[in-house]
Design a protein around this ligand. Structure first.
Ligand SMILES: Nc1ncnc2c1ncn2[C@@H]1O[C@H](COP(=O)(O)OP(=O)(O)OP(=O)(O)O)[C@@H](O)[C@H]1O
Ligand SMILES: [Mg+2]
Length: 314
């Protein structure tokens, strides 16, 4: 068995508010093998982006990492000084942040933006390298001289991927890279991400809530609910035999042609992190809830090799 490239252990992130503390990431652990594609799914507000930022130590006040370690290979990132952490960011772990295609600098040409990101990490600009990166993500060499407003959404997202892979990272975290794109362009961007990832041998964390996209792209899926990773399993396993009632509901809510006219959702609302119910946070919405679920928070258990679930009834 190869050693994991990334190991997240008992990671917790809190936001301090006048009304009280909110734990947006709660004791999350998982590991990624080199080259693996890991999906992170869950409702809006479940803590996916916060976790991505915490892995890179990019949480800003009032947020803070409360506890936990992140290891890239044999290095514990929490022990690096700010300078070493900065050097690790693009070169070791690269993030394509949520909404990044709309955060490209509007007055800077694409080539300059790629060069800028590299310069920030102490790597000098080389125009051959930039042309090569553009080619790798399926953009023409001319894109180097274009401004963001001259590009389509899919092209902008490819430019963001070009920045992310500019220093050949070992891990790429892509936070909802295709949410704002139509399905055809979505597919093309995912194919591009898959291709560059395979070329580089990088591991990928794909953040999103489109289970269909996850099923096509990832090897393993983690499902987040109210800051916790409630189920992790190989994708084939989790789609066919979801074990956590929340995962079951997520998968049951996928529309299919057979159910034309009926839209199945998950009853109830996602809980407010500020005011989480006691016991299992999912119990108010869970068809299997018992008294134990209302009182005792379920620990994450390994039910079978590679299958981790936090549910008293799994
Ligand atoms: N800057 C902040 N200040 C206070 N609380 C925050 C801040 N950022 C995030 N949070 C809290 O963390 C929770 C998780 O947010 P996060 O953005 O990680 O969710 P997400 O799963 O990425 O959602 P989405 O699918 O909408 O992108 C939020 O519900 C909010 O309570
Ligand atoms: Mg998010």
């Amino acid at each position: 068995m190869t050693e994991p490239i990334l190991r997240v252990e008992h990671l917790s992130v809190a936001f301090d508010h006048p009304l009280g503390k909110v734990r947006a990431v709660d004791d999350v652990s998982f590991a990624l093998r080199p080259g693996e594609r890991f999906g992170l799914a869950g409702e809006s507000g479940s803590g996916k982006s916060t976790m991505a930022l915490a892995i890179l130590r990019l949480i800003k006040p009032p947020g803070r990492i409360e506890s936990g370690t992140v290891r890239l290979g044999d290095r514990a990132l929490s022990e690096l000084d700010e300078e070493a952490m900065r050097a690790t960011r693009l070169a070791g772990i690269a993030l394509v942040p949520q909404g990044s295609m709309n955060s490209l600098n509007p007055v800077m040409r694409i080539g300059e933006q790629i060069a800028d990101a590299m310069r920030d990490h102490g790597v000098a600009r080389s125009s051959d390298h930039i042309a090569g990166l553009l080619q790798r993500v399926g953009l023409s060499p001319g894109t180097e001289r274009q401004y963001p407003h001259e590009l389509s959404g899919g092209m902008k997202q490819r430019a963001c991927i070009a920045i992310a892979i500019s220093l050949s990272p070992k891990v790429i975290i892509a936070d909802e890279p295709t949410s704002a794109l139509d399905v055809v362009v979505q597919r093309q961007v995912m194919e591009t991400l898959a291709r560059v990832q395979t070329d580089l041998g990088s591991a990928v964390i794909l953040v999103g809530h489109d289970m269909g996209l996850m099923a096509q792209f990832v090897d393993r899926l983690g499902v987040m609910y109210a800051g916790r990773l409630v189920e992790t399993a190989p994708i084939g396993e989790i789609i066919v035999t979801p074990r956590h009632p929340y995962t079951q509901a997520l998968i049951a809510s996928l529309p299919s042609f057979g159910q034309r006219g009926t839209l199945i959702g998950i009853p109830g609302l996602a809980p407010l992190l500020r005011d989480l119910p006691p016991g299992c946070a999912f119990h108010p919405r869970c068809p299997k809830a018992t008294d134990r679920c209302r009182m005792e928070k379920p620990a994450v258990r390994e039910l079978a090799p590679g299958i981790h679930v936090a549910c008293h009834h799994a």
